[in-house]
Design a protein around this ligand. Sequence first.
Ligand code: SF4
Length: 730
Amino acid sequence: MTDPVPTTCMRCAVGCGLIQRGVDIGYGIDTVRGNANDPVNRGMACSRGISETADPDGEWLTRPMVRRDGELTKTTWDTALFEAQRGLGEAMDRNPDAVAILGSGQQTNEAAYALGKLARGGIGTRYYDANTTLCMASAVTAYYDAFGSDAPPPTYEDISKAETHVVWGANPAVAHPVMCRWITQSAEDGTLIVVDPVRTKTARAADHHVAVDPGGDLDLARAVLARVVETGGVDEAFVDAATTGFDDLELPDSEAAADRAGVPLSTVDRLVETLADDTLIYWGMGVNQSVQGTDTAGALIDLCLATGNLGPGTGPFSLTGQANSMGTRVCSSKGTWPGHHDFDDPEEREVVADAWGVPVERLPDDTGPGPVGIVDAVREGSVEAVYTVATNPVAGMPDATDVADALEDAFLVVQDAFRTETVEHADVVLPAATWGESNGTAINMERTVSRIRPASDLPRGVRTDLNIIQTLGNVLVNDLFDPTAAPAAVFDEFAALTAGTDADCSGISHERLDEELAVRWPASDAETSAGYRYYEGEEPRSSESREEPRSSEGRTASGDGGDAVAPDDWSFPTPSGRARFSDGTGRPLPEPTDEEYPLLLTTAREADGYNTGVRSRESPDDPGTLVARVHPDTLDDHREVIEPNEADDLLVRVASRRGEVIARVTADDAIPSDVVWLPIHHPATNDLTHPATDPRSDEPNLKQCAVRLARPESDTVTPAFERERPPQHP
Ligand code: SF4
């Protein structure tokens, strides 16, 4: 048995510490368990995290490949890197913006930092993004709007302190099992409310399920805030001391807004009542993946601000999916420079360019149009070459057939550990190491940085993400990287660049993490590990301390009795030093139902579904059965188009204006009537979804589009990959 190696689970952004052991002979992981010494999870872990770390499904990539005569053909690293450099380099020489790079929340910080440095500083393209924009961008934009910084204020320590837990548009029971356990344990002495159109596993464990209409989240959040104001529930002392924008709020009539959300006013009032207790509001993709994602996330933050639910045991807490989504944002120069240096500030751009040794004029002027906009640029032809790292846009992006068609016409370099749908369109494939083979760090959803360590030697033919990026980067851009720089040195370079920023990691190093296992940013020195963000008061705030200043006069009353909150208790990195209320008014669903497409498709995570299922299915050829869930009444209404196959499964064709799939259909009264539920991580689902995006965050509206059910005209469900393979790139 090999020695135990502490590491961090890279399955989801809870970031549990694990102990792994490598196999005695050959390559791979033998055993994995939770690390009892890790301060994040104290030994807890879920079965999915364990199994996907130890023995993931999926078809491993073991050799570099290049396309020859239309077929992907195994080759040497030298040949693959030469081909990648040729295709990317020729496009770059014509125009830096002719190259697009798509990264991932599955990379280590070190690889994400290096990829951002290559994209922004080496090539200088504006067309650089990551799949994290597909899930977290709306929350991030709302955090910047409210707090001037991309950081959820609470930490995991606040979960046990909260009295009320409101989970909005998220299903942590299947997405974040360990964290969900903490939430439900805390709620045993309090209240758990779930807001979701679907009666999810988390909703079934809740004290109350609020079945909001699909797309009704913003209306409901605004209805709740309007009722908070009408019933005198505003924490005026906090609002006066620590916020701006409250008096500018344009709130709807609460009853009308509740009606639009499909929720009775009595239920709205129940939410208002619970906000009087110490409340954490968690939210996920049900909020973010919408054309009004930023507005809705902002409205949830507003609920916290208006009711004084900011401070230990309270606050807004976005639930991050991918393990290193936050690391990608902090490290990778995607929406800000490393450490959240302002993308537009001339002095901060100089700092970044100096650190990288590149001319400041090479840095792109803007952060780009997001992944959907990048695909638009590929389709229009201005982007000629695309480099993807640990992401699968052909399955993971909306209107996926269109994404596949666009990428067929580009020169495509795909770097991944597994064969994915995107690999099938590649001109060059670079096989990368995965979790148990890589060395680096990750940042979980509560800002904790921890180590990723290898417990297995690298298989022959495979290289780490960081090594590939450094090697390819140096042949594209002379001397961009120190070719001998180990992950620890790359982290040090990143951390030094963050000194003095809101996301200061300069007090963190691999060495410190080896000792302490987990350190939260901001950490400006080797002793600091941050706690609750923005709160600098001495005493934890509590519902008792918030009761006194409440007024029955409504929001226009002054904050008498407001000595429970001192302005010095709070420090927000906004120009005024105060948190800001939002002013988003939302927008209609991009594709409402109509006579031709009378049902609404919603997508969500099923248990074990992550990252388009690349680690939980055998290969792109075998994605597992696509199962559509519909309410029994909806099933009855469509009996005439549902047909059994030989196995007596009920099959139906689900069609949108962009594509169609054949699914096995099941009756499930957890789904609202006239709604079709499909798993978002099945690679066929996104053939149907709509590519509209939130105009502020660029996050796609993956949660709602119009569909219809029709006869299957086939007796098999949609296979994993039925698109034609692309022709050879010229
Ligand atoms: S909860 Fe998330 S981080 Fe923890 S073991 Fe499970 S998958 Fe891994």
